[in-house]
Design a protein around this ligand. Structure first.
Ligand SMILES: NC(=O)c1ccc[n+]([C@@H]2O[C@H](COP(=O)([O-])OP(=O)(O)OC[C@H]3O[C@@H](n4cnc5c(N)ncnc54)[C@H](OP(=O)(O)O)[C@@H]3O)[C@@H](O)[C@H]2O)c1
Length: 334
């Protein structure tokens, strides 16, 4: 790999794309050249990178000539169409969509957990679902110590997880409500301002949503744990940024709060914020724009044997998307 790689960001104008550009700059990724790609609608726009203004170009099949690494975040259908073209052109694709995550020929990677899987890539590496990534940052170290069997969880997911249009929808609906005007809806099927929606992604015949099943399916692949089970309810909340997940996990081995805290304090990319007597626990507002996820509210689960309850918050635009993708790209330079 070129030590000063040519990087392309596909979906550069979106909620994740913008964070990718910022993350490359903040982490001083040695970008030799930066190509920003989006739809024809964005041609003429410029985005700042290292104090310079970079023009956005339209994504086309010939966009990847000379590109070393392409970070994709323009949705599943664009990834399905263009990621194989980019890989064919010789660049490594890190894809944020769900298009390739469960493809046996594509590694699905959280560098703190399974960086070694990057080695067997054939041109495309998938970034996990954002809620799954944040949950696993705390669950995986516990699994290593106590062997997780199954978990029950509810998520509290920020609107930026749906993209730039959903951030605008929450802003608009708050302003409309405060002004006493009728609330208009474009992105979600119901008003999201001053509401919570137990509906993230599409419903499956089982009654779960696709998002809810990603925790089990992607969790199995990332943790190399084919019998892991997860029953999840995903909920969209009127928070701009950062997802939280309330988890009850059951382990094979006996687990105590002290032993779990000791494990979590050593876990990479994770902060323990657990002083309930001082009202200290992870909060989406405080983990926003931070690289580390945070875990707290640890307690023995009173309804199961060897069970532990905990609460994880993390910036899904970073650890759930842009940061994780840039960390994967960093692995190539090691
Ligand atoms: N948001 C999150 O927290 C998050 C987390 C993990 C993964 N993801 C995944 O990342 C992807 C992007 O999410 P997002 O939240 O950033 O969405 P977004 O804010 O809606 O941005 C979508 C991006 O895709 C571009 N795009 C759309 N149609 C295109 C086309 N035909 N050709 C080229 N570019 C096109 C858009 O360009 P224009 O501005 O020109 O339309 C924009 O840059 C999705 O696959 C999503 O599932 C998102």
């Amino acid at each position: 790999m070129n030590l000063k790689p040519h990087i392309a960001v596909v979906g550069a104008t979106g909620a994740v794309g913008v964070e990718m550009i910022k993350t490359l700059e903040k982490r001083r990724f040695p970008v030799g050249k930066l190509t920003l790609l989006a739809s024809a609608r964005s041609v003429g726009k410029h985005l700042a990178f290292r104090g310079e203004s970079v023009a956005v170009a339209e994504l086309k099949p010939d966009s990847f000539k000379g590109v070393d690494i392409a970070l994709f975040s323009a949705g599943g259908s664009i990834s399905k169409q263009f990621a194989p073209i980019a890989a064919q052109a010789g660049c490594v694709v890190v894809d944020n969509s769900s298009a390739f995550r469960m493809d046996d020929a594509v590694p699905l990677v959280i560098p703190e957990i399974n960086a070694a899987d990057i080695k067997w890539h054939r041109g495309i590496i998938a970034n996990p679902n954002c809620t799954t990534a944040i949950a696993l940052m705390a669950l995986y170290p516990l699994h290593q110590a106590f062997l997780v069997k199954r978990m029950f969880a509810s998520s509290y997911q920020a609107v930026s997880g749906t993209g730039a249009k959903a951030i605008e929808e929450l802003r608009r609906q708050i302003a409309q409500t405060v002004a006493g005007q009728p609330v208009t809806k474009e992105v979600y099927p119901h008003q999201i301002a001053f509401n919570v929606l137990p509906h993230v992604d599409v419903f499956l015949p089982s009654g779960y949503t696709k998002e809810e099943m990603k925790m089990e399916n992607e969790g199995r692949k990332i943790m190399h744990h084919p019998t892991f089970r997860a029953s999840v309810t995903c909920v969209r909340v009127p928070v701009y940024r950062a997802h939280s997940i309330a988890i009850s996990a059951e382990f094979e081995k006996p687990v105590s709060v002290d032993a779990a805290l000791e494990v979590l304090r050593k876990a990479p990319g994770l902060d323990v914020v657990d002083a309930p007597a001082k009202n200290e626990y992870p909060l989406p507002l405080y983990v926003s724009e931070r690289y580390n996820c945070a875990v707290g509210r640890l307690r023995r689960d009173c309804a199961m044997d060897n069970g532990l309850c905990f609460w994880v918050s993390g910036d899904q635009l970073l650890k759930g998307a842009a940061l994780n993708a840039v960390q994967i790209a960093e692995e190539f330079l090691k």
